[in-house]
Design a protein around this ligand. Structure first.
Ligand SMILES: NC(=O)c1ccc[n+]([C@@H]2O[C@H](COP(=O)([O-])OP(=O)(O)OC[C@H]3O[C@@H](n4cnc5c(N)ncnc54)[C@H](OP(=O)(O)O)[C@@H]3O)[C@@H](O)[C@H]2O)c1
Length: 341
């Protein structure tokens, strides 16, 4: 297979802010893989909240962008060229990769480190597989951080002591995976979501579902009076500790994947005071082992990906706007090779 050369279609932004309208369709040179990298002919990428948060300037002091910037951190496609020293892949391999924080997925070709690239099983489509790196891995890591076992090896093995797990924003990209993984581990799952998705989160494995717009939902109260051993807090809006504390078991842990300043201070104070109930801020960079485990579960049909919407590269701004609305159900995927409707 000859290494591609020339230019490719891509979608980029060239300043902070601007939302979906700030995205530009451009023709740019195809990147070359550096040492330890693979060049991927892209089949799909997904839009994550972090894509547009970075565009909005989130983390700007710590991770300044170099413009123009091609976003898209989750990558699915076919290896077409190997950088020096890469022997774990060959041209033609179908792969899933994460390229965070460098991005590049909103394009016909993208590079990724071979150390963060895994084989995609033929049973898993590019569209399903590309939802794994950021969303599914964050769900898995959050549960593990909260001490919730996910019995990945033996679906029939329930934990000796099932835990009471709460997943907030269970209809979202991370939440819908967290519900399934917790249920797969044999745990009792309470989920919060909007009224329109109560049936969906039940079908994914939640045995209790709460509408977050009701008073009980806003207070995270389990209808059966459960106290939670673990909370995977995916709802983007932070909640004060006074909401979590009364609904937690004696040693309950809240893993907050959108921690603000107050959450970080709360967590530090809890460590300093040896509090048994804990808030744990979490930022996730997916690793190979996690991606392989989750792709294996998709292959076996034990895990499923809920797709909110699919958009061709030429309409990437529509997927971007959808994600920015905060009202997606599951994942937003951009299909790179798909024809424009
Ligand atoms: N720490 C990390 O490494 C990491 C990794 C990935 C994501 N994140 C963060 O995690 C958060 C969630 O990401 P995501 O991609 O899962 O979000 P998402 O897919 O955009 O979530 C959208 C869903 O959340 C529901 N929702 C909104 N507010 C809610 C609330 N207060 N209670 C219950 N449900 C609510 C919405 O329901 P309705 O449409 O019915 O309102 C919608 O279905 C984001 O802030 C993201 O930046 C962090």
């Amino acid at each position: 297979m000859a290494a591609p050369s020339g230019t490719m279609r891509a979608v980029q932004y060239d300043r902070y802010g601007g939302g979906a309208q700030g995205l530009k369709h451009v023709e740019v040179p195809i990147p070359s893989p550096k040492k330890g990298e693979v060049l991927i002919r892209m089949e799909a990428t997904s839009i994550n909240v972090v894509d547009w948060k970075f565009q909005n300037g989130f983390a700007r002091p710590f991770m300044p962008r170099r413009f123009p910037f091609i976003s898209g951190y989750d990558l699915a496609g076919e290896v077409v060229e190997l950088g020096a020293g890469v022997s774990s892949f060959k041209p033609g391999d179908k792969v899933i990769a994460i390229n965070f924080p460098n991005g590049g997925g909103l394009a016909e070709y993208a590079v990724a480190s071979a150390s963060r690239t895994v084989a995609r099983p033929p049973e898993v489509s590019a569209v399903e597989g590309v939802c794994v790196p950021i969303a599914a891995v964050t769900a898995l890591r959050s549960l593990r951080t909260a001490g919730v076992t996910v019995t990945l090896d033996d679906p029939a093995r329930a934990p000796a002591t099932p835990k009471n797990v709460l997943v907030t924003a269970a209809s979202g990209a991370v939440g819908h995976f967290a519900v399934q993984l917790a249920r797969m581990g044999g745990h009792n799952v309470t989920a919060t979501c909007g009224a329109r998705n109560l049936g969906l989160v039940r079908s994914l494995g939640a045995d209790e579902a709460l509408d977050y717009k009701t008073p009980e939902g806003a207070r995270l109260r389990s209808p059966s009076g459960r106290k939670y051993d673990a909370v995977v807090h995916c709802a983007a809006k932070g909640l004060p500790w006074s909401v979590f504390r009364p609904v937690l078991a004696a040693s309950g842990t809240v893993v907050d994947i959108t921690p603000g300043f107050v959450a970080v201070v709360t967590a530090i104070l809890q460590v300093a005071t040896f509090s048994k109930k804990r808030l744990v801020p979490l930022m996730v960079t997916p690793n190979k082992e996690e991606m392989e485990l989750l792709l294996g579960m998709l292959k076996q049909g034990r895990l499923k990906t809920v797709i909110d919407s699919q958009h061709p590269l030429g309409s990437a701004h529509e997927g971007w706007a959808k994600s920015m609305s905060g009202h997606t159900t599951g994942k937003v995927v951009i299909e790179i090779g798909a024809a424009q409707p």
